[in-house]
Write a protein that binds this ligand. Structure first.
Ligand code: ATP
Length: 501
């Protein structure tokens, strides 16, 4: 990428943030008191976008499958949950503090920014060596840093009137663990057989050292997670459709990263045949999510699968693939798809004393299933969708090229001018359509300004009510991307819109 393209890309992030603030999509929380970084609120447009995105995920993962059920777990959990999961001991990020101004930085991000190289999988010792070798100083005051230390990312709280070890609880840093702690009860009530999945959408909290890139890295965010349980001896027992195996993506394997090669384009069939992806169930869920991200409008050329290098693998994982997106600041994780093995169920069995195995009636034996976990951030996906959809045309027209499935408003209903008879007719049309399609009515300001407001929030269609409407009951239907217009009878609108969507 040349310098000019880079500048355009960098500018895009600022433009997307600006759009979020200007149009009430997402903005810093507690703004009137001066916000703390890493916390955000959704405005009226953003909350619709979030609901649509979550609905699309839930339908695709839970409602459309007979072998996945959902839960919604508590946000604050007893400390033993997080001791068992390994988070108390190892959910850490590397931290350095400036000796002069006492600002704290996440060491790997700091080095990435200074040296413009990826720090994925680089350990504390190597980070220290890089800081020493390149004499990296505080970007704010030029001061020297303390040695790299580890910093635990979990938020603590005490529940009840006494603050002691017994009342210590944690705000969950991921939704996944609730699925493991609820495993036995869900199994008993849903009567599912292996392989099956439990899904959850909800809040997660991480005391990130340096929240950055708007909502990409926040301290309070939402996750959409699926834990899919499989008999460990049957990790390859799944039929993947030929068309799916033929899908192509970029793959960035451990070997490519270790040898400083570029990512390569290949299809999933090749990735499986050559053992690049370890098991068929892992490939199955990578494909399913590749398709889901495509279905919500993310361009495939901006996605790639990056395998975690050995030093980077979490303590519970035998194999992890990140589904990366090509963000304005480089390729970064949008979703992680891990093989968590039987680590979590075994740990929780050990710490709670409750047997979390599955009794296989056919094989007449107890099994502790393996787990494939696709884990996605809601806000990170929203940011990705916005970056991917943000479009500027030469005439400086701005619009979000959103897929109608997730567009916050599907249809704008607009009287051409603020005249009583036009407004009356427009409201009549709005009331006739509002039950069929999420629409918004706006009569304020020039028609051009109203079109651009709806273009900027990605509304795919707009209808305008003018004087001809009063004569012949037709309206103009305008398309967001090419601004083409056609005349449609009011009585045909429902059918027309459902065909378009
Ligand atoms: P990163 O390497 O970017 O810190 P992670 O590997 O810690 O991410 P996971 O623990 O795999 O992330 O979490 C799963 C998903 O949750 C991520 O792919 C991302 O979409 C989302 N996520 C994680 N941390 C944050 C955060 N601080 N803010 C917003 N989304 C997050």
């Amino acid at each position: 990428m040349d310098k000019k393209q880079e500048a355009v890309k960098e500018g895009k992030m600022d433009k997307v943030i600006n759009l979020c603030l200007r149009r009430g999509i997402l903005f810093p929380s507690n703004e009137i008191y001066g916000s703390t970084s890493g916390f955000f609120d959704y405005g009226p447009v953003g909350v619709e976008l979030k609901k649509n995105l979550e609905k699309s995920w839930w339908k695709y993962i839970v409602n459309d499958r007979e072998n996945v059920v959902g839960i919604d777990g508590a946000l604050i959990n007893v400390s033993k949950v997080w001791k068992a999961s390994g988070h108390v001991d190892s959910f850490n990020d590397p931290l350095v503090e400036c000796k002069k101004c006492h600002l704290r930085f996440r060491a790997d991000s700091l080095i990435e920014e200074e040296l413009k190289i990826s720090m994925d999988g680089v350990g504390v010792k190597q980070l220290q060596e890089l800081i020493d070798k390149h004499k990296i100083k505080c970007p704010k005051c030029g001061g020297e840093f303390t040695e790299v230390q580890v910093f635990n990312l979990m938020f603590k709280t005490h529940v009840g009137a006494i603050e002691d070890e017994a009342s210590l609880m944690y705000l969950r840093p991921e939704t996944a663990q609730l699925i493991f702690t609820d495993f036995k009860r869900v199994l008993a009530t849903s009567r599912k057989k292996l392989p099956f999945g439990i899904a959850q959408i909800g809040k997660a909290f991480r005391n990130e050292i340096s929240p950055r890139n708007f909502v990409f890295r926040s301290r309070e965010f939402n996750q959409m997670e699926l834990e899919f349980f499989i008999n460990p001896e049957k990790m390859n027992d799944v039929e993947i459709k030929k068309d799916d195996l033929n899908l192509e993506s970029f793959f960035y394997t451990q070997e490519m990263q270790e040898n400083n090669k570029n990512h390569e384009r290949m299809n999933f069939e090749k990735a499986l045949k050559e053992g690049i992806i370890g098991t068929k169930w892992h490939a199955y869920w990578m494909i399913e999510f590749f398709k889901w991200f495509k279905s919500i409008g993310i361009k495939t050329e901006n996605m790639r699968f990056r395998q975690h290098v050995k030093t980077e693998l979490s303590h519970y994982s035998s194999e992890t693939w990140d589904l990366d997106y090509n963000y304005p600041w480089g390729w970064k994780e949008m979703e992680g798809i891990a093989n968590r093995t039987d680590y979590d169920l075994k740990q929780h069995s050990k710490f709670s004393g409750v047997d979390l195995s599955f009794f296989d009636e056919k094989e007449k034996k107890k099994i502790v299933p393996f787990v494939i976990e696709p884990s996605t951030g809601v806000e990170r996906t929203i940011l990705t969708v916005l970056i991917d959809a943000y479009t500027e045309r030469d005439d400086e027209r701005i619009f979000l090229d959103l897929n109608p499935i997730i567009a916050p408003v599907k249809l704008a209903v607009l009287p051409l001018m603020p005249k009583e008879e036009l407004e009356k007719k427009a409201l009549e049309v709005f009331n006739g359509l509002k039950k069929e399609v999420v629409c918004d009515y706006d009569a304020n300001g020039s028609i051009g300004k109203r079109y651009s407001r709806f273009d900027e929030i990605g509304t795919p269609f707009a209808i305008t009510i003018d004087y001809q409407t009063i004569e012949d009951d037709t309206v103009t239907l305008r398309y967001r991307n090419d601004m083409n217009q056609e005349r449609v009878k009011i009585s045909d609108l429902k059918a027309k819109l459902s065909e378009l969507m």
